[in-house]
Write a protein that binds this ligand. Structure first.
Ligand code: GLU
Length: 293
């Protein structure tokens, strides 16, 4: 059976050049490794996702000529997340956390990457306080208990990693205090349920991989996907594109009459795949990226 790769944008804005580069990597990997392509709309955060952005993802990808084999949207999969949560609860791996943002900042150390490493303050609160039913509690998020264990995983581009999620972030939220499923949780449930065998995504998410593998194991996964994190588009000084530069959307360009081939040429140039920003057809751009894999 062929494997499956996914492209998983969040509909919290229009697609930008960073997404386009990611899409090129995903489609190139699919072609090179003979994988089916799944488009997943990651609208787990209902407070930030917008329907018009969902629609624009389908339309803009199609305008560039991308096509996919299957698709899903997280907001229609709530029952799946509920049952995954129940499964973790049955194993006593979930607890409510009442810490405020300020407390989290002041009471916990930070990892090398500047991330808060939650020390588990609320973990044994339930046993101490005889907590009422979870629904009746004051504002809280739900955290999953991470095992204190090194996760060894291999990145097809960056090599071997041995990381302990307990040291990177500690127990992390799977549902936030507004009742939204978190990215980390929804992505694990989906990658498992949708039979994803390959994950190709930007380097900025690399730090999430060990904790996702650990969470998938808690959910019963025995064979996590193969991972590859691709380089990001950087500015001329080598820094990641700023929010403002990223805010410039593909849609703006397309609507002002810039041809998809020209946008593809610009992205390939910025990603240092070609020496000049000349227009490039989609197939050619995918082939250029395939040479990087
Ligand atoms: N939804 C994430 C984003 O738009 C991608 C997550 C992933 O590929 O794991 O950045």
């Amino acid at each position: 059976m062929p494997g499956k790769i996914r492209f998983a944008p969040s509909p919290t804005g229009y697609l930008h050049e960073g997404h386009l580069l990611s899409a090129l990597y995903v489609w190139a990997a699919a072609q090179k490794w003979n994988l089916k392509i799944h488009l997943r709309i990651e609208d787990h955060d209902r407070s930030r996702a917008r329907d018009n952005y969902v629609q624009s993802i389908y339309e803009d990808l199609a305008r560039f000529g991308f096509s996919w084999d299957s698709q899903s949207i997280q907001s229609s999969r709530t029952s799946l997340y509920e049952s995954a949560l129940e499964e973790l609860e049955k194993k006593n791996l979930v607890y409510p956390c009442f810490c405020s943002r300020k407390q989290l900042e002041s009471e916990n150390p930070k990892s090398e990457t500047g991330e808060i490493v939650y020390q588990g303050k609320c973990r044994f609160l339930g046993e101490r306080l005889q907590m009422p039913e979870i629904e009746n509690l004051p504002p809280h998020n739900l955290r999953v208990i991470m095992p204190d264990k090194i996760v060894c995983w291999h990145d097809l581009r960056l090599g071997d990693f041995a990381e302990n999620p307990k040291m990177q972030c500690g127990d992390f939220p799977i549902k936030d205090r507004d009742g939204q499923w978190t990215y980390q949780f929804a992505v694990c449930v989906d990658d498992m349920d949708e039979g994803i065998t390959h994950v190709v995504r930007g380097e900025d998410i690399r730090n999430s991989t060990a904790r996702q593998i650990a969470l998938m194991e808690l959910l019963g996964c025995t064979k996590p996907p193969v991972y590859m994190h691709h380089p990001l588009i950087v500015d001329s000084s080598g820094k990641k594109l700023s929010k403002r530069e990223m805010a410039h959307s593909l849609r703006q360009d397309l609507e002002s009459g810039v041809l998809p081939e020209q946008i593809l040429g610009n992205v390939c140039f910025k990603a240092k795949l070609v020496p000049s920003p000349a227009p490039i057809a989609l197939e050619k751009a995918i082939n250029l990226v395939m040479d990087q894999l």
